[in-house]
Design a protein around this ligand. Structure first.
Ligand SMILES: Cc1cc2nc3c(=O)[nH]c(=O)nc-3n(C[C@H](O)[C@H](O)[C@H](O)COP(=O)(O)OP(=O)(O)OC[C@H]3O[C@@H](n4cnc5c(N)ncnc54)[C@H](O)[C@@H]3O)c2cc1C
Length: 391
């Protein structure tokens, strides 16, 4: 019988994973295995998901799980989002971009949107009619976000947005895009504002290439161009312009935690797949599991995975039940767990021998998908800078 990634570490359930979170995890796992996994090869080949999968996820209650019910969500917390993110990686459909939609884009609208904005956008996001993206990075500014050039000029009751963005997750499918802009280029960080562009409603918005990546193939990642795009001033997030940088900083702990969630769940899946494989595969007349090297390697990896899971659980507990997760600890979780993911997946792949290098084996895809975790959401070098600043 195959090893269940969710139980590979045999740890007791964490405090944050109450009964409803457990039920959501079970439901999400079943939905993803039945409705998404059978089409996943096709999405990987097409380098994009279909909209139907988003609508099905919405109908199944997997979109906006942590948004209040009055805005079409399920009234949960980040713990519920974590259950969904972990289910995605345990099932192995990591290219499904709903984690970013759920636990990054929707929270910006919930926390900084007006009542009217929340009522207008969140229920449609919960149904999968609107697909969310956040456009920060530009060709000339990634780590150094203060260097962005996209300009939003005030023009009566509109903003006119001009500039270009790149590497935007869900960039081909998204029709609700939070764009990081400069409303006042003379004011540095204080001149930064987040403005929502409803891509189906405006002129002057263009999608560039769906970028050719080494991993996460089925997740569309795109260039976006804003050529004098006019949006109403009511699309600004926050009561006044210039709040963008503060808003971005406030949401970073959850964004980093979400990357850590993918990391720990991928680590658990890699271990589960590898344990099954080495018990079956024979060399020199015995199972690969019987070599002391295999046993020691897996013992080391399982120990590190356990340390990682306990740390992740503590971070979630603080985020949802405690006084809040501080940005430094969130940076540690993103940095350390994504590095561990890279190491575990690589060393597990080694135990598959040549089969590990073949795309038909999931461990090969996991190896390719893992690499970006150390880059996006703030590179791990930037995480170390933030940690070092606190010393
Ligand atoms: C698949 C994918 C999906 C993405 N999704 C999104 C998205 O949805 N929205 C979005 O806005 N962005 C997204 N990004 C962009 C991502 O967040 C950036 O690529 C990342 O922040 C790094 O910026 P950069 O690529 O410009 O690298 P650079 O900033 O040019 O960095 C190059 C190198 O220099 C290092 N470096 C930079 N500054 C320092 C420093 N001060 N000290 C030490 N080292 C430093 C970096 O760590 C890196 O190793 C995505 C990227 C990828 C690959």
């Amino acid at each position: 019988m195959a090893t269940d990634p969710a139980t590979v570490l045999q740890l007791p359930k964490p405090a944050w994973a109450g009964e409803d979170v457990g039920m959501l995890y079970e439901m999400a796992t079943r939905f993803l295995a039945d409705e998404i996994a059978p089409h996943y090869e096709e999405f990987e080949k097409n380098e994009i998901f279909d909209r139907e999968s988003w609508r099905k996820a919405g109908a199944a209650g997997l979109l906006c799980a942590s948004m209040p019910e009055e805005y079409g969500g399920s009234g949960g917390t980040y713990a519920h989002e974590s259950a969904i993110i972990e289910a995605i990686s345990h099932v192995g459909v990591d290219g499904f971009g709903i984690a970013l939609h759920n636990s990054i884009v929707a929270p910006y609208i919930l926390h900084y949107g007006s009542e009217e904005q929340k009522k207008k956008w969140l229920p449609r996001m919960a149904k999968g009619e609107l697909i969310g993206a956040i456009a920060m990075t530009e060709p000339g500014a990634g780590s150094d976000l203060q260097g962005i050039k996209t300009r939003a000029e005030h023009d009566g009751n509109h903003y006119r947005i001009s500039g270009s963005k790149t590497f935007i997750t869900n960039g081909q499918l998204a029709n609700l895009i939070i764009v990081v802009t400069k409303t006042d280029p003379t004011k540095g960080a204080k001149g930064t504002s987040l403005i929502v562009v409803e891509a189906d409603e405006v002129e002057g918005f263009e999608r560039g290439r769906n970028l050719d990546k080494i991993g996460l193939k089925s997740n569309d990642t795109s260039e976006l161009f804003f050529n004098d795009v006019r949006v109403p001033t009511s699309n600004l997030l926050g009561h006044e312009a210039g709040q963008g940088f503060v808003q971005l900083m406030q949401q970073l702990p959850q964004e980093r935690l979400q990357i850590a969630a993918t990391a720990i769940a991928s680590i658990e899946r890699a271990l589960a797949l590898t344990i099954d494989y080495v018990k079956e595969r024979k060399a020199f007349g015995k199972a690969v599991m019987e070599f002391q090297n295999t046993q020691f390697k897996l013992a080391e990896l399982k120990t590190e995975a356990t340390v990682g899971r306990v740390f992740y659980n503590d971070c979630v507990d603080r985020h949802v039940n405690g006084g809040g997760l501080d940005p430094v600890t969130a940076s540690m979780a993103k940095y350390w767990l994504s590095e561990l993911q890279g190491k575990v997946v690589d060393q597990c792949l080694q135990l598959f021998g040549g089969y590990g290098y073949m795309n038909e084996y999931p461990i090969a895809r996991m190896f390719r998908d893992a690499r970006v975790q150390r880059i996006y959401g703030g590179t791990n070098e930037i995480m170390k800078l933030l940690i070092a600043r606190s010393l």
